[in-house]
Design a protein around this ligand. Structure first.
Ligand SMILES: [Zn+2]
Length: 335
């Protein structure tokens, strides 16, 4: 047996890769849509379709051999005893915690060393090789996830509930949007890819005249047709309406970052996730500038403190690969 099978289970995309221990790189990658609450019939049991897709991807990547290590990055908090507490970006409110998910996942690869960890923790294992200092990684994609990496390891607390700023209430107004988890005014329901899309639709209805004049309004006269891709294009073109919409959501993310900084003293915030990396440098600068306005000035260089994760890299998969290396090393050291 050789190599690792790695998964990055996102709310929208399910990615799998074959990670070579010899070259410390991903040698092949396959993708599918994640079967989730929004695209799976309601009579299908949560995760059953996902298990099927994962085993199909496994067979694609390991047609003639078996993986030595399997590392699965899963979007949700996992307790130290292995209980998955929630997965709102996949199952919304239809699933509330289970201790059977992880044993079931492990059963699909009986001859491999299988590990399930939080998806943002997996990403952090790649970032820690790039950034040796303590940092906070924040993912802006279908939802919002975060992890503090202290001394090269994710810190999530004794119950594994840490690193979930996506479910912190930042808008307690009556009209605050509903998060995938069912909560109201959570950060993840506001500035994730899904959150921004929802906010853009609301904004377009509240000021339809400005919307119609915008780049997005011209592409999608009916605001219910707005796509994240169009928002990204419009933002990069500097479309005033879109920049204003996205900056309003970035403001809430910046508020959370300033709180984490003032609480922990963490000096490095790495934003990852498809939506944020697509928005790129302008978005990073906006978040950094806004973060500076949400706490006192002790001489922090916010422009240096906020970074956008490496572009064009499968951070979640590559990080799961790096984590697999530590697992493999531990196996050999204990033999
Ligand atoms: Zn939530």
């Amino acid at each position: 047996m050789a190599d690792a099978l790695v998964f990055d289970v996102g709310g929208t995309n399910l990615r799998a890769g074959r990670y070579s221990f010899a070259t410390q790189q991903l040698v092949s990658i396959s993708r599918k849509d994640t079967p989730n609450a929004w695209n799976t019939p309601s009579d299908v049991l949560p995760f059953e379709q996902l298990y099927k897709e994962m085993t199909l991807l496994s067979k694609e990547l390991f047609e003639y051999d078996e993986p030595e290590v399997v590392t699965i990055g899963f979007p949700g908090p996992i307790t130290p005893s292995g209980e998955l507490l929630s997965t709102p970006t996949i199952w919304g409110e239809r699933f509330k915690g289970s201790s059977s998910i992880i044993p079931r996942l492990k059963s699909f690869w009986p001859n491999s060393n299988v590990h399930v960890l939080n998806d943002i923790s997996a990403a952090g294992y790649l970032l820690k090789d790039i950034y040796p200092e303590d940092f906070c990684v924040i993912s802006v994609s279908s939802g919002i996830g975060s992890k503090l990496f202290i001394n090269g390891k994710p810190y999530t607390g004794v119950m594994g509930r840490g690193g979930e700023i996506g479910h912190w209430v930042t808008d307690d107004s009556q009209e605050a949007p509903i998060c995938d988890c069912g909560g109201k005014g959570h950060l993840g329901g506001i500035c994730s890819g899904r959150g921004v899309l929802g906010f853009a639709k609301t904004q377009s209805m509240s000021n339809h005249a400005d919307y119609q004049k915008s780049y997005v309004g011209k592409i999608h006269p009916d605001c219910q047709d707005i796509l994240n891709e169009t928002l990204v294009t419009a933002y990069l073109k500097g479309d005033a309406w879109t920049v204003s919409v996205i900056d309003k959501t970035a403001r809430q993310l910046a508020r959370a970052i300033a709180l984490i900084h003032t609480t922990t003293g963490i000096e490095l915030f790495i934003i990852i996730g498809g939506f944020s990396t697509a928005l790129g440098e302008t978005y990073r600068r906006s978040v950094a500038d806004l973060a500076a306005t949400f706490c006192w000035n002790l001489g922090q260089n916010w422009d240096e403190m906020v970074k956008i994760g490496p572009e064009g890299t499968e951070i979640g998969l590559a990080g799961a690969g790096r984590f697999s290396e530590t697992v493999r090393k531990a196996i050999y050291e204990n033999k």
